[in-house]
Design a binder for this molecule. Structure first.
Ligand code: ZN
Length: 145
């Protein structure tokens, strides 16, 4: 729940920033002059305006993409960035052990396995929570006593 709330909050911030940019853009951009007493929408009639709107669209898509990319590599439990990428598998045996990268939460909440093969069947990232990694170590110590 915390994970998705954080993502929704990021999208809300992006939406707010884009709305401010959009309003600022329209406050600065001059009104088009009517052509034969008909006021036209400048989009697709004014090259500068159309290019600016297209660049704005690209910036908006880029910001959402960066939010998605950032969210993908966050811990599902504590929202910290996942660290310590570890390469597994290999390109010489793609069918049996495809190349992938594993990330881990610095606080030990879980691991994320990301496929390095972009053309593999739907790209899946596999989050695996670690229940209690310290309990296993404590059990080992208690059995040695
Ligand atoms: Zn974590």
């Amino acid at each position: 729940m915390k994970y998705w709330s954080y993502f929704i909050a990021k999208l809300a911030v992006i939406y707010g920033m884009l709305a401010l940019i959009w309003k600022g853009f329209h406050a600065v951009w001059p009104e088009p002059e009517p052509f034969m007493r008909v006021k036209q929408d400048p989009f697709a009639h004014d090259l500068g305006y159309t290019l600016a709107v297209l660049v704005f669209g690209l910036v908006a898509v880029g910001m959402v993409y960066l939010a998605l990319l950032d969210q993908r590599y966050r811990c599902r439990a504590c929202l910290r960035r996942l660290r310590m990428p570890l390469s597994r598998g290999g390109w010489n045996h793609v069918l049996l052990g495809p190349p992938r990268t594993e990330y881990i939460c610095p606080w030990g909440h879980g691991t994320l396995r990301v496929s390095d093969v972009p053309f593999a069947s739907p790209e899946r990232s596999d989050w695996r929570p670690i229940n209690d990694m310290w309990k296993e170590l404590e059990d080992l110590q208690e059995t040695r006593k």
